[in-house]
Design a protein around this ligand. Structure first.
Ligand code: GLU
Length: 315
């Protein structure tokens, strides 16, 4: 079966170096297996995202030498490629889950969630204690008259394990560490967890390469994919995060490490070479194109720890 990888950027700002590293490694992982790559624009939350950013990301990817086979403005056989156009598909998936009795309306406010949640996990996640899990239909109807609910899915007391391409064996007990999670917010916006699973399945994605900040979403996504009837789930590879030289996580607000600023200072091969070197793929930070790096890619070359950028990177 041919590998199908994907870029799945959220167009809420310009790309930063962490996004570039992720795109580069996703592209190399797929291409090193002779695979295809698609571009899905994760503009689910139309309040936070903008079409201009999506267009700019396409331009940046092409500038970097990271072309894709289908998706984005190029279109293709698995459209829509913009999540903002996929609501009917996400609703259909909710209907499938509803018929299995897995969903329930949740009326908890943010404050209630935080006050009533089980001990916070060290990474800031909280486990929903299930205040709305066992509402009777009458109680739910009464609350619905005053407030529109979010939609949660009931998770089983079950271990979901997988072998990560970069991090090795992983897994968690969903009831204990994830808890019943949201599939749709009370304002009607579908949750990332639902959208990403529906889209990866319907687009035939076989390989998901993304930052380690999403590692703990994966057991939920694998379980959800199976609940939606998937026979096969993608392979996952979670790559190290790129940190600023002082150890901070990069964000789209880091203008100086944003791609617009870097494009003014560096050529694309210079930037790709520096990132490939930091990721352990090549010995020296020499200019190189992504195509020239295909033979250098190997999962076991990637660092185990997050990657700190050297001081003054790109200046
Ligand atoms: N859209 C997400 C992001 O930009 C990535 C989601 C994923 O790769 O599953 O962080």
């Amino acid at each position: 079966m041919q590998t199908v990888g994907r870029f799945a950027p959220t167009p809420s700002g310009e790309m930063h170096l962490g996004n570039v590293l992720c795109a580069l490694l996703a592209w190399l992982a797929a291409r090193s297996e002779g695979g295809r790559i698609l571009l899905r624009v994760e503009d689910l939350d139309t309040q936070r995202t903008r079409p201009e950013y999506a267009a700019r990301m396409e331009d940046d990817l092409l500038w970097l030498g990271l072309g894709w086979d289908e998706g984005g403005s190029k279109g293709g056989p698995h459209g829509p490629y913009y999540q903002s156009a996929c609501s009917p598909l996400y609703q259909k998936a909710l209907d499938v889950l509803e018929r299995q009795g897995l969903l329930y309306p949740c009326f908890c406010s943010r404050a209630e969630l935080h006050a009533a949640s089980a001990p916070h996990l060290s990474d800031g996640r909280y486990v929903y204690t299930g205040a709305c899990r066992n509402l009777t239909p009458e109680q739910a109807a009464e609350k619905r008259a005053k407030k529109s609910p979010a939609t949660r899915i009931r998770v089983p007391d079950e271990w979901v394990g997988f072998t990560d391409l970069a991090c090795g064996p992983q897994g968690e007990n969903l009831a204990r560490t994830a808890g019943d999670f949201l599939l749709r917010r009370s304002d009607g916006v579908f949750a990332y967890q639902l959208a990403v699973v529906v889209d990866d399945l319907r687009m035939g994605v076989t390989q998901v390469v993304r930052g380690r900040d999403l590692l703990d979403s994966t057991p939920r996504q694998i379980w959800l994919a199976r609940a939606l009837g998937a026979q096969e789930v993608p392979q996952y590879g979670h790559i190290p995060l790129l940190l600023a030289s002082d150890g901070r996580r990069l964000s789209k607000r880091d203008g100086d490490l944003g791609l617009a600023a870097l494009r003014r200072k560096m050529t694309a091969p210079a930037l790709v070479g520096q990132l490939a070197h930091l990721a352990g793929l090549i010995d020296r930070p020499e200019p190189v194109t992504p195509a020239e790096l295909v033979g250098e890619f190997a999962w076991d070359k990637l660092p185990r720890e997050d990657i700190r950028l050297p001081e003054g990177f790109g200046s």
